[in-house]
Design a binder for this molecule. Structure first.
Ligand code: NIG
Ligand code: FE
Length: 440
């Protein structure tokens, strides 16, 4: 269990807790000159730095006194300087050589703090890459979903150890860029045992595993699509089910039709999985409609929604998850987030990290693209990359820093969150804490 930590001297704290911020109408709950106390890996107190309580660990060297102090609650202290002077090990955040890891007080030095990113859409369990396809697209060729089969061949040939090593590298990338919760989909094996293997490996690194047997029809079933759907809805689903929380389908021309997609989603629901959909990525289609009808937590891509789709989303609990890394890498037009937000749709942004259409794990890049290309404000983009992702995964414990939330805390090497879009490509994540424990 991590030590209790007081983050103080935070120049700008995004809590995503409405009502907690300086402006009561701001759903990002932005506070200036703030402090945040973590106890047992959860947010225990948030407020003005001037009122910050002292962390128990800073004052009580042994467990007994710590426990007693907890029972007594935390008395607000009037001056931050007082808190700092009473603490052992005040650390400059990000100082890995000094006392940073164990310090009870982390002085953010006036920098910005945000909740850890929630990347609700990745395909990170795969082998090989398709850099040649990317180069061809940059020369003007169109993206074709058929490329998925190349990754399927490479993934089938990879050992567990290879896939684990790659996953570990990707997880390190995610953490280094501030992502503390992420989803991983299967979908690059497309056999019963293989999809179960990918789900099992994904489950080693995240609770948010999605069964995507309906990614494309594999080559060996090209002449009998119905038999493949039977396999997905029957033995494959049964084999993957113990490892997965969600089912997903790529509803798109060149992948699965609306009818096929509906069958897959119904089977997943009957097996107790939650529903997600890849829809309207390459053109107007029926993905959004069927996602809303099936009560999907999220419909992802939404690059080409119709007016009816937008209205249906606005009237539903289904999140529209936009994936601007895909438009970056396929040269399709970026989705218009403004149109969705203004209609009342809940919008998330995610990386879609995969070797075909978006080989990046960077949520800061998604924020920069969302602000530059999708008509989102910085506040909206940061919310969508944190609280929005949490909504897309139906999680209340992450994506915000209100009292009770998991202490997934990202300290930026910047005075404001605006720098995430204003300084694209610059590594601005200075320190990351998961459940109150420093990573890296
Ligand atoms: O989300 N759209 C379907 N699946 C991926 C692409 C996968 C690939 O091309 O390998 C996506 O973009
Ligand atoms: Fe995807």
């Amino acid at each position: 269990m991590s030590a209790d930590i007081l983050f103080t001297n935070i120049g700008e704290l995004t809590t995503n807790a409405p009502g907690l911020g300086d402006d009561p109408d701001d759903r990002t709950g932005l506070m200036r000159d703030a402090a945040l106390l973590v106890v047992d890996g959860r947010v225990a107190w948030v407020g003005p730095a001037a009122d910050a309580p002292a962390p128990a660990a800073a004052q009580a060297p042994n467990r007994e006194r710590t426990t007693k102090r907890r029972e007594n609650g935390y008395a607000p202290r009037s001056r931050r300087a007082d808190v700092l002077s009473r603490s052992r090990g005040v650390a400059d955040a990000g100082d890995r050589d000094g006392e940073g890891a164990d310090a009870a007080v982390v002085d953010a030095g006036g920098r910005a703090v945000i909740p850890g990113f929630v990347d609700s859409h990745t395909h990170l369990v795969f082998a090989g890459d398709r850099a040649d396809e990317f180069e061809a697209r940059m020369r003007g060729e169109a993206y074709a979903a058929g490329g998925i089969r190349r990754t399927v061949a490479a993934t089938r040939a990879a050992t567990d150890a290879e896939l684990r090593a790659r996953l570990a590298r990707f997880v390190a990338e995610l953490h280094a860029q501030g992502t503390t919760t992420f989803e991983v989909k299967t979908g690059y094996d497309l056999t019963v045992a293989g999809e179960a293997r990918l789900a099992r490996l994904a489950r080693e690194v995240t609770d948010e595993v999605t069964f995507l047997g309906a990614h494309v029809v594999p080559a060996e079933f090209a002449d009998d699509r119905a038999a493949y759907i039977d396999l997905v809805c029957g033995p494959m689903l049964e084999a993957v089910r113990p490892h997965a929380r969600w089912i997903d389908v790529f509803c798109e021309t060149g992948a699965f039709t609306a009818e096929e997609s509906e069958r897959v989603l119904r089977a997943g629901l009957a097996a107790g999985l939650g529903v997600r959909v890849h829809g309207n990525q390459l053109g107007a289609g029926e993905g959004v409609r069927i996602a809303v009808e099936r009560g999907a937590a999220s419909v992802d891509h939404c690059t080409y929604p119709t007016d009816d789709d937008v209205a249906a989303l606005a009237a539903s609990d289904t999140v529209a998850t936009l994936l601007p890394g895909v438009e970056f890498s396929t040269r399709h037009p970026y989705p218009d987030a403004r149109r969705l937000i203004d209609a009342g749709v809940t919008v998330a942004i995610a990386s879609d990290a995969n070797p075909g259409t978006s080989f990046t794990t960077s949520m800061p890049l998604m924020i920069a693209l969302a602000v530059r290309e999708m008509r989102m404000t910085v506040a909206e983009a940061v919310w969508s990359a944190t609280a929005g992702g949490a909504r897309a995964l139906r999680r209340a414990d992450v994506g915000h820093l209100g009292v009770g939330a998991r202490a997934h805390v990202v300290l930026l090497d910047a005075p404001t969150r605006t720098h995430l879009a204003y300084r694209p490509g610059v590594p601005l994540v200075r320190a990351v804490y998961r459940d109150g424990a420093p990573l890296g």
